[in-house]
Each structure stands twice: as structure tokens, then as C-alpha cells.
Design a protein around this ligand. Structure first.
Ligand SMILES: [Zn+2]
Length: 262
């Protein structure tokens, strides 16, 4: 089996307020379903430490470090510079670099130039280390394409996490050599554009993610999301493509293991 949840945040402090056993429950539940790799997304240095502590406890948790646009907004140019230096040293220990990217929603737009600078520096860093990148792109499709075309992707490729757009946008990324990762929002009834896109994206370019604790599918509305929700996402993809859920899980997990050399 060896299924892969390619993106989640199990170090998120929201899990701390749950019962002590909550994280071990999630990991155990995933393992029982055959999900043997729980790949994380990095926010900033404090989160990287939490991820590493968790990975010591739960070997199926795979740490990934990067500077998320949210973190970049909350920190100064100097702090970003320091964190980039830390990342340059730490990336030997991780299979991918990210999250990185651009978030141009109203509340993040005021730090656009710092976001761009930190995104470009991380692309450069990942290329140098030949690691795949984990991209967070929200309301910034054209701007991100320009940056990716100019700087180029690392040879190791990468993926757009929590993709939620049209087939045209998906194809722009796939042409650059990126894979498309989808999560629980695919299962919402109103996600017609995304469902239409996923129906047309070939299985070799798709990955599954939970993005826990966020992006809960309808079945978990109002609760913290859990890695096991990728089974529901796989079932939805299977329905859209006329395949068996098991085939979707097998093929997307193969894609993930190859991309991250797991
Ligand atoms: Zn994330």
C-alpha cells in the first residue's frame, strides 16, 4: 500500500488543545488505512522545530521546511533573511522545500514585494539543492507563473498544493513540470470548476493531500481535518474519472514517492 498524504500540518498548535492522544490517534488511524507517509508543509523556523520533534515520536511524519507567505507577512526583512540562511543549512534533512509562494488576498497584499523576494530566494535555494518545491499560490496565478518561468523550477520539480482552479490554470502549471495536489475541497458540492479540472488532469500529474487541520471535506465540517480524508478525495477522483478508488490511491501515491524520493 504505502499511500501518501503529501501535505498536512500535524504540528499545528490547534491539535495541542485536543486530548493528548489526538495526534497519535490520527497517525494510527492513517497507518491502519495504509497511509504510511504523512508529508508536512513548512511555515517558518518555529514550526520546523515542532515538526522535527513530532517526527521523532511518529516515524511516518516527514518534515518539510519552507517560509510560508503567512510567516513572511508577520516577519521583518532581517528575520526573513535569517530564516533563509537557516533553511539553506536545514534542507539537507528534508525531501522538499516549502511551503513557498505568493498569496495576494487583500490581507497579504501589503507585503507583496517581500513575498516575491522570499519566494525567489527559496526557488533558487531548492534548485541549488535539487529538491522539489511545495507551492502555495492564492489569487496570484499570473504573477507566480511569471516568477516560475523566469527563475525556472528545480530539476526535481514540485507541486502546487491545495490546487483549486480551472483546467487552464492546472495545465499552465503542468507545462512547467509541476504536479497538482488536491484535497478535501474537491468533495464539496460547489467545487464544479475544480471537479471539471480534475476530471481532465491525467492521473500521473495528480497528488492527494489532506492539508490537515484545514480544508476538511464535508464529512468533517466544523472539525479539525485528518489525513485519512485523502481516502474520500481519492473516491471523488475515481468517480470523476470512472476508475476504482484503489487505483487512484496507488497511482497518486507512486507519483508522490517518486517526486520526493521517499
Ligand atoms: Zn499547507
Amino acid at each position: 500500500m504505502n499511500f501518501v498524504d503529501i501535505h498536512s500540518h500535524l504540528a499545528d498548535p490547534r491539535f495541542d488543545s485536543e486530548q493528548d492522544s489526538c495526534r497519535s490517534e490520527l497517525v494510527q488511524e492513517a497507518l491502519q488505512a495504509g497511509i504510511t507517509f504523512l508529508v508536512q508543509g513548512g511555515l517558518g523556523p518555529e514550526d520546523w522545530l515542532r515538526q522535527e520533534a513530532l517526527a521523532k515520536k511518529f516515524p511516518t511524519i516527514i518534515p518539510v521546511f519552507g517560509l510560508h507567505p503567512y510567516w513572511v507577512k508577520e516577519h521583518s526583512d532581517d528575520e526573513c533573511e535569517q530564516a533563509l540562511n537557516q533553511l539553506a543549512k536545514a534542507q539537507l534533512r528534508i525531501p522538499a522545500v516549502g511551503e513557498m509562494g505568493l498569496d495576494l488576498r487583500k490581507e497579504y497584499k501589503d507585503c507583496e514585494s517581500r513575498q516575491i523576494e522570499v519566494f525567489e530566494r527559496q526557488l533558487e535555494l531548492a534548485s541549488f539543492a535539487n529538491k522539489p518545491v511545495v507551492l502555495h499560490i492564492v489569487r496570484a496565478h499570473e504573477e507566480s507563473l511569471r516568477i516560475l518561468q523566469f527563475w525556472g523550477l528545480p530539476k526535481a520539480g514540485g507541486f502546487v498544493h491545495s490546487f483549486n482552479g480551472s483546467i487552464k490554470k492546472a495545465n499552465d502549471f503542468i507545462l512547467l513540470g509541476l504536479k497538482i495536489s488536491v484535497g478535501g475541497s474537491l468533495c464539496h458540492e460547489h467545487s464544479k470548476v475544480l471537479q471539471e479540472a480534475v476530471a481532465h488532469i491525467s492521473l500521473e500529474n495528480l497528488l492527494l493531500e489532506s492539508d490537515s487541520p484545514d480544508q476538511a471535506p464535508a464529512s468533517l465540517t466544523g472539525r479539525l481535518n485528518r489525513p485519512i480524508c485523502i481516502l474520500e478525495v481519492a473516491a471523488k477522483i475515481a468517480e470523476l474519472k470512472g476508475l476504482k478508488p484503489r487505483e487512484v490511491l496507488d497511482r497518486t501515491s507512486q507519483n508522490a514517492r517518486k517526486l520526493l524520493a521517499l
